[in-house]
Design a protein around this ligand. Structure first.
Ligand SMILES: [Zn+2]
Length: 246
């Protein structure tokens, strides 16, 4: 792979991978040096590159790979591969054990796609509707026995407030307590923060309103999950959340 870099505001290169490593080691290419190689979207500071996984692979010499577990660098024929993961000889017993227990995770999050999320949403909507009707049917009977018109207006407003509170309460409680609504649980999904940690009640609460925004713009906010690389809806973007498969 050929590298290009900026030195004294002058674009330099191409230079070979080996020469480039020399420059890194000798301090010519520093953390803030702009670098580029084929396949990169644009010029980036070398420091930001080393910290992203894509380039960590690229930094390794030809035929060398890094164990996903212990980070040791080995040659390709000393490791086994499992999906995206690379496992070295030392880590293999632990890996096989975990695999047998079913507790193996490669550390990657498995983002839930648009359709499974839509399915979960429909289940939640059915549950919320049932709860609403349990309250509305007796309220309707009570209303039908009165001929006071202002009663109708008052109860109309009460019904709206009740529906909104139910929606907010349902999403905040289930996301905050279980990271998933009953619909998401049924579909094996949960909401997490970008780093994989649990979503707090506060974030769950804020997410309700962000979700309203997604719905307001012709549900385009929801559809964004269909083309986002991390399958994020608009409300996921606003709240920095992800919906993942368990
Ligand atoms: Zn290892």
């Amino acid at each position: 792979m050929d590298w290009y870099y900026y030195i004294d505001k002058q674009q330099t290169g191409p230079i070979s991978e080996e020469d480039f490593h020399e420059l890194v080691n000798s301090g010519v290419v520093r953390q803030d040096t702009l670098v580029w190689h084929a396949g990169m979207e644009g010029w980036k500071a070398y420091g930001t590159l080393v910290n992203s996984s894509e380039s960590r692979e690229a930094m390794l010499p030809e035929g060398q790979v890094k164990c996903s577990e212990c980070q040791k660098v080995l040659s390709e024929d000393e490791v086994i591969r499992h999906g995206e993961s690379v496992i070295c000889e030392d880590c293999k017993p632990m890996f096989l054990q975990k695999l047998k227990e079913g507790s193996w995770t490669d550390g990657a999050m498995h983002y839930a796609g648009f359709w499974i999320r839509a399915g979960a949403k429909i289940i939640d909507m059915i549950i919320i509707s049932i709860i609403q009707w349990i309250f509305f049917i007796p309220a309707g009977f009570l209303l039908s026995t009165t001929d006071n018109p202002s009663m109708a207006i008052v109860s109309g407003i009460a019904i709206q407030i009740f529906s909104l509170s139910l929606n907010i309460g349902y999403l905040t409680f289930f996301h905050g307590k279980y990271s998933a609504t009953p619909g998401k649980m049924a579909c094996g999904l949960k909401v997490v923060v970008a780093d994989g940690s649990k979503i707090t009640y506060l974030r769950a609460f804020g997410r309700v309103f962000a979700e309203w925004l997604s719905g307001m713009i012709l549900a385009i906010g929801y559809m964004m999950a269909g083309w986002d690389k991390e399958k994020r809806t608009l409300h996921d973007r606003i709240c920095d959340t992800r919906v993942v498969r368990k």
